[in-house]
Design a protein around this ligand. Structure first.
Ligand code: ADP
Length: 582
């Protein structure tokens, strides 16, 4: 009945939390044992009650077992002692159970938190290539929904342990009282489990479908939200809506199947057990001369044992529903870990005093080469503009300098040290990067400039905004630098967003400033102003600017063109003519 995925999940949890799990199992055993005491003392009471109501007497097996057990601890099986033991046993059971499930509760919260932290760490340490292959929605779903469902699986695994312990307790008592009842109950319980096995398979399948659908739905939704402006502007909601709705409905269907399967199990098992019991009682009473008083106790034990065996299946089916969420999250984590970036921890930190050199660098994606044998020398403090047609490999070239990718051939040197032999984090801390798409957050301008770095105060942020030519409009805003700029900076114009993105790069006082088509969205006057400001950085910072715009190539002290995978130096005036032509 247990499949490899479920056992793997249970094993994972018990290995990840060995001490907590051992404590929980210990408490559950104590709880089961206490229940056992309660039941062993309850049985003779039941028998006495039936005898007093008129059935025939006789020293039964149950009485012998109870007397024997009590005798061993020096107690007489009087009514008072028996009643006291029933109450004490059940009370103790409750107390141990409560302690056990309090621990389960704590651990469930830990499970979700630990899974989230492990995934977050794996994500942040993964190389750039990993993020290109991932959908943002999948990852946010793994952190939110899948971690939550996976932690539920832990809670269900503990309930399964509790169930197994209960079955063992009842089985032991049943064997002591009547081995044949124990055997019949186990066979009947097993048959009922087989009968409902299809329902467990159905809940598992419904769980897997939910995992896939929620993952896909969140990915689609996040993609759509990121591109909402063109969707709204071109009234494409009508294209998107049916897809999102269809998946939501499928999700509804999967959830319905899961509920139907588990409620079918819950609804029909009990009548089935009682039916088998009634049939058994009828056969025994009519075909044999066994007294009713003895039978009642047997019936009680049979009912409880079969019931407990069957509840194992229900608990297991709850694990089956959540297990796919756990494995999906695990896969995301393993993928991220497999793509862990080699950051050269402990290697020397570059200071970029002499310059950056590329020697015969070859690089591409998949089977195609984007750059073939690129050689370039950029002295520290120089301002280089890189131009070329769209898709030529300009962004790829700077990505290689940043260390987001490693060259297939050749090497990049920072002050004559190969990039593969330096501390990558230190190197990147010295880089100011302004991407083509300005990614601003729904937060204040100050936070957008500092990216949450508390070491940067308002004065430093203001200075960077001034350098980027942004202070003119920021200073005029009612809340100034603390103005919240809306989702992805939607409350600002393209040019204003760009200047904030430049300020974000400058505030770090970088050694290398990388500008990827930064002036494309600006009007000529603003572009000229910004280029002038950027030109002032010459000699102070090493700048690599990717651009088609003539203004930037004019302030650059060297210009290169990438074409057909090769990089060649060009005269700025030629670029200007070329840019106008393209
Ligand atoms: P540019 O910045 O000059 O416009 P890019 O460096 O962005 O050009 O891209 C160069 C080529 O590499 C393009 O053909 C582009 O489609 C391809 N490319 C860029 N990034 C990837 C990637 N992550 N996977 C596969 N191909 C890519």
């Amino acid at each position: 009945m247990l499949n490899r995925e479920s056992t793997g999940l249970i094993r994972h949890f018990f290995r990840a939390y060995p001490r907590r799990s051992a404590l929980i199992i210990g408490l559950l055993i104590l709880s089961g044992f206490s229940e056992g005491i309660g039941i062993v003392t309850l049985l003779p009471l039941l028998e006495v009650a039936v005898e007093e109501s008129g059935s025939d007497a006789g020293d039964s097996q149950i009485m012998t077992v109870a007397t024997d057990v009590l005798g061993r601890v020096g107690l007489e099986p009087t009514l008072g002692v028996l009643l006291g033991l029933v109450v004490a046993g059940m009370l103790l059971k409750g107390v141990f159970h409560w302690f056990a499930f309090r621990q389960v509760g704590y651990t469930v919260a830990n499970v979700a938190t630990d899974l989230r932290l492990m995934l977050i760490r794996a994500l942040l340490q993964a190389g750039w290539g990993y993020f290109l292959s991932q959908r943002a929605g999948h990852l946010s779903n793994a952190i939110g929904n899948e971690a939550h469902r996976a932690s539920n699986a832990y809670s269900n695994a503990c309930s399964l342990m509790a169930g197994i312990i209960h079955v063992l307790v009842y089985f032991t008592i049943a064997v002591l009282v009547s081995p044949s009842v124990a055997l019949v109950a186990v066979v009947a319980g097993g048959l009922i489990i087989l009968l409902f096995n299809g329902m467990v398979a159905m809940t598992r399948e419904a769980g897997q479908q939910q995992t896939i659908l929620i993952k896909s739905l969140s990915a689609r939704l996040i993609d759509a939200l990121q591109a909402l402006k063109p969707i709204k502007a071109m009234a494409q909601e009508a294209q998107l809506q049916p897809i999102l709705e269809a998946e939501t409905r499928e999700l509804n269907e999967a959830q319905r199947r899961q509920v139907v399967a588990s409620s079918t199990m819950a609804a029909f098992k009990e009548p089935l057990v009682v039916g088998i019991l009634a049939l058994g009682l009828f056969l025994v009473l009519t075909l044999t001369g066994v007294p009713f008083s003895g039978l009642l106790v047997m019936a009680f034990l049979f009912h409880r044992l079969v019931g407990k065996i069957n509840s194992l299946q229900s608990t297991y089916s709850s694990i089956a529903v959540s297990e796919s969420a756990f494995w999906s999250l695990r896969r995301s984590m393993e993928l991220a870990e497999a793509e862990r970036e080699n950051i050269g921890e402990g290697l020397p930190a570059p200071s970029l005093e002499r310059g950056i050199s590329l020697r015969d660098v070859r690089f591409g994606y998949g089977d195609t080469d984007v750059l073939r044998g690129v050689t370039l020398d950029l002295p520290a403090g120089s301002f280089a503009a890189i131009v070329g047609p769209s898709g030529a490999g300009k962004t790829t070239l700077v990505d290689l300098v940043i260390g987001l990718y490693r060259p297939r051939e050749g090497e990049i040197y920072i002050d004559d040290v190969p990039l593969g032999e330096i501390d990558m984090i230190e190197w990147r801390r010295g880089i100011g990067y302004v991407p083509q798409e300005m990614l601003l957050f729904h937060d204040s301008i100050y936070q957008n400039v500092t990216l949450g770095d508390l070491a940067i105060d308002h004065a430093r942020a203001e200075e960077a905004l001034r350098k980027a030519g942004a202070w003119e409009f920021v200073g005029r805003l009612p809340a100034g630098i603390d103005t919240v700029i809306g989702e992805r900076g939607a409350k600002l114009s393209g040019g204003q967003r760009q200047r904030i993105a430049i300020a974000r790069a400058l505030v770090r006082q970088p050694k290398l400033l990388i500008l990827d088509e930064v002036t494309t969205a600006l009007d000529p006057a603003t572009e000229a102003e910004i280029c002038e400001t950027l030109g002032e950085l010459r000699g102070e910072v090493t700048v690599i600017a990717i651009s088609h715009q003539p203004a930037i190539t004019r302030v650059a002290d060297r210009v290169y063109r990438i074409d057909e995978g090769l990089l060649l130096p060009v005269e700025p005036e030629t670029v200007y003519a070329g840019a106008v032509r393209s």
